[in-house]
Design a binder for this molecule. Structure first.
Ligand code: 3EB
Length: 322
């Protein structure tokens, strides 16, 4: 069984499968503390830094391949990588993804159920005038395609901006646990977005349902104010928050889960380890207030002031139902 916690101070390295530091600078992924650690440049002030730690109660094996750090416990694999900043990232993204995908095969944890991608200058443009996020999507789509992934097997994911450090990404994959990808009937699957959003559609599912012991976890992708395939409420932060919450609520509803043969329905209050990505710093107080009302007091909620993959998106929210 694997679970995560948000840590703001020192923590024991025992039973740690992997960790992602949301810090004031980036670092190459490493095993220096005895577990794979990815440090993304995601906060401006070190006082806001925190670490998402993935825990296991099983014995762990660790390693590095071509800069990709990894650890598994025979049930769950964590991999993390970083790609240097460059004008054109698609090829480097393809290569690094292929290394990570190769590891999931070599280490026999082939069911990738969750990924996170942190992209510096995500709304900037590459040497051909293509938005960096769209260039990233190209490399990612090529890697999944070359690796034989069908759309129905894509993981839940987050793709957001970073303040520096090129592109950092990490994944969680299962060996034998049954997992089901979940779409949201309020939203067009991201892998079927029309061409106006870029030459390659984003390669992710809205969520994944992963059997865990006698229960199950639902890993919910970064979710925004997108209905159908369009951004709603341009420039309106409270409305984008409410639409995002409506998307999350519907995604977890009994109706939506039943389309995938899953039950029971879940509620916003069931989400834990929530991350809220907010484009404009001045929107943070309003977003905090809306989130405090919507989510359980038992949930840890981290707020990160970073850019988002569409320039008209102001907020994006992810979480996990354990
Ligand atoms: C959206 O609905 C918002 O490219 O990995 C959300 C989650 C979004 C993941 C990704 C992008 C990604 O399209 C953007």
């Amino acid at each position: 069984m694997t679970w995560s916690s948000f840590q703001t101070g020192p923590f024991s390295s025992s039973g740690v499968l992997g960790a992602v530091v949301y810090g004031p600078r980036s670092r190459n992924p490493h095993l220096d503390r005895g577990f794979p650690e990815l440090t993304v440049h995601a906060v401006a002030d070190s006082a806001d830094a925190f670490t998402e730690v993935w825990h296991t109660d099983r014995p762990i094996e660790r390693g590095t391949l071509d800069g990709v750090v990894h650890a598994h416990d025979g049930e769950t694999l964590f991999c993390a990588a970083r790609i240097d900043s460059s004008d054109d990232c698609a090829e480097a993204v393809r290569a690094a993804y292929l290394t990570a995908l190769g590891l999931t095969r070599t280490l026999d944890h082939q069911r990738i159920f969750r990924m996170w991608n942190f992209v510096e200058n995500i709304n900037g443009t590459n040497s051909e005038g293509l938005e960096v996020y769209r260039d990233f999507c190209r490399g990612r789509a090529r890697a999944f395609h070359e690796f034989g992934f069908t759309d129905e097997r894509l993981p839940a994911a987050t793709g957001v901006g970073a303040l520096g450090g090129g592109i950092g990404f990490c994944l969680l994959a299962g060996r034998s646990a049954h997992s089901v990808t979940i779409e949201n009937s309020r939203q067009v699957p991201a892998y079927r977005y029309p061409r106006r959003y870029g030459p390659s559609s984003p390669s992710f599912a809205r969520a994944t349902h992963v059997a865990a012991g006698s229960g199950a976890s639902i890993y919910v992708s970064g979710t925004a104010s997108v209905v159908g395939h369009e951004t709603l409420h341009r420039g309106q932060i409270a409305e984008q928050c409410d639409e995002t919450l409506a998307n999350l609520e519907h995604l977890l509803s009994a109706d939506n889960l039943a389309r995938h043969g899953l039950r029971p329905g879940r509620r916003l209050e069931d989400l834990r380890n929530i991350k809220v990505y907010v484009r404009n710093r001045q929107d943070l107080p309003a977003v905090r207030e809306i989130c405090a009302k919507a989510f359980s007091q038992a949930a840890d909620i981290a707020f990160l002031n970073v850019d988002l993959c569409r320039s008209d998106l102001l907020v994006e929210i992810e979480g996990i139902v354990f």
